[in-house]
Design a protein around this ligand. Structure first.
Ligand code: NAD
Length: 380
């Protein structure tokens, strides 16, 4: 973390009290606002980070996690909210990049009162930030947050959009098809070898899509029993978690954790492309350049996994949520990705740089900026 950031964090002039909440604006350069929020009564320590709001209100999930230090949590919130700005810009959902983290000593410390206190904090920002589910925060947890604020999306209720995983996995299928088109001139999945890392909410739906489309599948999960069971249902091959990135395949599909592409794994890859749902697949941005040098096509994660964001964004429209509307928008990931591959090739840059360039261009030119107000139909 830079010295400037450290200095800003200790500038107490930025501290404001509302009710029994303390909001400290950490004034991080390049960010619209980043708040450290505390509430002693409920033992709440949270960060709400709003990166770029040129195209619309900051929206992003609430991560509930135990971190080694406050600075680690801050780094996570900053990185993730920036990624959300790019994701929102690329998919033209008329939203900005946001993310929040609730820091807990242990995930078991998560409770209804803590979630409600966080909801109150979100509400005190009067709609500048909209939260959703994320790692450690289920749609049911979002319901508790919602008890104190309307500024949420993805509730498991009739007028909201619920769990986004189905839509994320459909988006990943579009990403895989575009990647095949780029590699082989056809998006046909028949007999293409796809290696999936992680069979959770997204992976388990993805495997079904790919199976029916005729792909040959190799799967893994840290829960080996689960991997074996999926392998037997879909005629796939199950491999140990530490082996999945090494298998010979057309596309390696990370759907588990971040940082899968790192200094250790990158030389062991035996695929033609990497395209999956996981956030922050590259441990560092420079790994995108190494993939380019190795002639491995990388589908930028924030483009491929935008289906969940696109889905929740539709519930904020005047005519309310409809899954078909979300599906149609998610289908466009196919063309967006092909456009990014083209930009990368024409400029001889990594696909990751090309995607960031495109997102920044859209933000600068106001492409996709929200024109209408936001509707929270679930709270009417
Ligand atoms: P999940 O927690 O439901 O599933 C993750 C799965 O990966 C679990 O089955 C877990 O056992 C397995 N796993 C963990 N570490 C592993 C390892 N080292 N090797 C193999 N398997 C491992 O998560 P999810 O909702 O399916 O999301 C998957 C990824 O996609 C995450 O990175 C998430 O941030 C990202 N993502 C998800 C959504 C969504 O809509 N769910 C949207 C955007 C991005």
């Amino acid at each position: 973390m830079s010295t400037q950031i450290q200095k800003n964090i200790t500038n107490k002039k930025n501290v404001k009290k509302y009710l029994d909440f303390t909001f400290e604006n950490l004034q991080i350069e390049g960010y619209e606002a980043v708040y450290k929020i505390t509430n002693e009564k409920e033992n709440l320590l949270a960060i709400i980070s709003m990166h770029d709001v040129t195209l619309g209100t900051a929206l992003g999930g609430t991560r509930i996690k135990s971190y080694k230090s406050f600075n680690d949590a801050l780094t996570d919130a900053l990185r993730l909210s920036k990624g959300m700005s790019y994701k929102a810009a690329i998919s033209e959902v008329g939203l900005g990049g946001g993310k929040s983290v609730i820091i807990v000593d242990d995930i078991k410390d998560k409770n209804e009162n803590l979630l409600k206190a966080f909801g109150k904090a979100v509400d005190l920002l009067e709609g500048k930030y909209i939260c959703a589910e994320d790692m450690g925060c289920t749609p049911q947890d979002v319901e508790h947050i919602h008890e104190n604020t309307k500024y949420v999306v993805g509730l498991p209720t009739e007028k909201s959009s619920g769990n986004p995983s189905r839509f994320t996995s459909y988006g990943v299928v579009q990403g895989i098809k575009a990647t095949l088109k780029k590699l082989f001139g056809t998006s046909n999945l028949k007999n293409r070898k796809i290696a999936i890392q992680g069979l959770g909410s997204v992976g388990e739906l993805l495997i079904e899509h790919l199976f029916w489309a005729g792909a040959d599948l190799i799967v893994s999960d840290i829960d080996m029993q689960k991997a074996k069971s999926f392998a037997s249902i879909y005629g796939a091959i199950a491999v140990e978690p530490e082996a999945i990135h090494k298998v010979e395949c057309d596309i390696f599909t990370p759907c588990a954790i971040g940082g899968t592409i790192n200094d250790e794994t990158i030389d062991e890859l035996n695929c033609k492309a990497v395209c999956g749902a996981a956030n922050n697949q590259l441990l560092e941005d420079r790994h995108a350049d190494i993939l380019k040098d190795k002639n491995i096509l990388y589908a930028p994660d924030f483009v491929v996994n935008a289906g969940g964001l696109i889905n929740v964004s539709t519930e904020l429209e005047k005519d309310g949520y409809h899954p078909k509307k979300a599906k149609e928008k998610i289908y466009k990931i196919y063309n967006e990705l092909l456009e990014i591959y083209k930009i990368a090739e024409e400029n001889n840059i990594s696909t990751n740089k090309a995607a960031i360039k495109l997102a920044q261009f859209k933000m600068k030119s106001g492409i996709g900026r929200r024109k209408d107000k936001l509707y929270f139909h679930h709270s009417e």
